[in-house]
Design a protein around this ligand. Structure first.
Ligand code: ADP
Length: 286
C-alpha cells in the first residue's frame, strides 16, 4: 500500500498550489471514489479514529511515568471555509478529550504581541503524552501578517528560518508535527460562504471581513506557497490535502495521523509493581 505521506508531502521548492486540484483525491484506495464514497469515508474515518484512540491511550500511559517526551501535534491551516473545524471533529471523534489539547489562534492579544511571535505557540504545545491540535498557528505570522503588511518584509521574511529552527528543536524533543494545509478552491469557498449566509444557524461563523480576505486570494495563495516550500522540512514536513471534497479530506488527514502514530508506536509501560503479588494480596483481603 502506498504511504499517503509520500503522495501529499510538499517537496521544498517544488510545490505550486495552482497545480494541485482541490477536487482531486490523491492516494485514495482503488475504486473508492464512486457513489458510495461518502459512506465509505464515514466508516473508514470512524475506524481509523478508533485506532488513533488506542494509540493515544498508549502514548498517554507511556508518558505518565515520565518515561517519554513523545507527543503529537496536528497543525491545520486553510483559507476561510477550508474545513478546519469539520476535520478536527471527524478525526478526533474517537479520542479521549482528556488527552487532547486543542488550541485556536486568533489575532494576538496585547500581551502576546509584547513577546516574539513564537511565545504563544510554545505555551500552547502539547505536553508529553498529549495530542495537540492547532487551528491556525505560527504560520499566520507569515500569512495574514504578510498579506496585510502587519509587519515589514524585513521582519516576516526572517520568520521562515525561525519557524524551521523552532520546529526542529521541538521534533528533537519528542514532538511529531503533522502540518496540513487544507486546500480549497476559490469556487468552493464561495459556495461555503453562501451556505453560511443562507443558514441562520451558520451566521455566527460568517464575518463580513471574510470578503476582504477573499479579495486577497492570490496574495494568500502566494504566501501559502512560500510557507509550504520554505518550511517543509524533514523534521516537520507539510502536507497539502485537497479539501473541496470533505469525505476525502477527512480520510486523508485521519490517515496521515495514523501513519504518524504508527511510526511512534507507543507502548504501554511495564508496571513498576509485582502484578502477581498484588493479585494475591487482593484475593486474600476482603
Ligand atoms: P477561524 O476563521 O479560524 O474559524 P476566527 O474567525 O476567530 O477563526 O479567525 C481567526 C482570525 O485570526 C483570522 O482572521 C486570522 O487571520 C487571525 N489571526 C490568527 N493569527 C494571527 C496573527 N498572528 N496575526 C494576525 N491575525 C491573526
Amino acid at each position: 500500500m502506498t504511504d499517503l505521506r509520500d503522495v501529499l508531502r510538499v517537496r521544498p521548492g517544488d510545490t505550486r498550489l495552482a497545480d494541485v486540484d482541490p477536487r482531486s483525491t490523491p492516494g485514495l484506495p482503488e475504486g473508492r471514489a464512486g457513489k458510495h464514497a461518502k459512506q465509505w469515508s464515514r466508516d473508514e474515518v470512524a475506524a481509523i479514529s478508533q485506532e488513533l484512540a488506542a494509540y493515544q491511550e498508549k502514548l498517554f500511559a507511556s508518558a505518565k511515568e515520565g518515561a517519554t517526551t513523545k507527543r503529537v501535534l496536528l497543525l491545520l491551516q486553510a483559507m476561510d471555509c477550508g474545513g478546519k473545524d469539520g476535520t478536527v471533529r471527524a478525526v478526533t471523534q474517537g479520542l479521549s478529550p482528556a488527552g487532547i489539547k486543542a488550541v485556536s489562534f486568533g489575532p494576538p492579544t496585547d500581551e502576546e504581541r509584547s513577546h516574539d511571535f513564537l511565545w504563544r505557540i510554545r505555551r500552547a504545545l502539547p505536553g508529553a503524552g498529549y495530542v495537540g491540535v492547532f487551528n491556525r498557528s505560527h504560520y499566520e505570522d507569515v500569512l495574514v501578517v504578510r498579506v496585510h503588511n502587519l509587519v515589514g518584509e524585513d521582519v516576516w521574511s526572517q520568520r521562515y528560518d525561525l519557524i524551521n529552527e523552532f520546529e526542529a528543536e521541538q521534533a528533537a524533543d519528542g514532538l511529531t508535527i503533522v502540518k496540513v494545509m487544507l486546500h480549497i478552491s476559490r469556487a468552493e469557498q464561495k459556495e461555503r460562504l453562501l451556505a453560511r449566509l443562507d443558514d441562520p444557524t451558520k451566521h455566527w461563523k460568517y464575518n463580513p471581513g471574510d470578503l476582504t480576505e477573499r479579495s486577497l486570494w492570490d496574495e494568500y495563495q502566494q504566501a501559502y506557497e512560500d510557507a509550504l516550500n520554505r518550511c517543509s522540512t524533514a523534521a516537520a514536513p507539510w502536507y497539502v490535502v485537497p479539501a473541496d471534497r470533505k469525505w476525502y479530506r477527512n480520510w486523508a488527514v485521519a490517515t496521515l495521523l495514523r501513519h504518524a502514530f504508527a511510526d511512534i508506536d507507543p507502548q504501554y509501560p511495564q508496571p513498576d509493581f509485582d502484578v502477581a503479588a498484588e493479585r494475591a494480596k487482593l484475593l486474600e483481603a476482603d
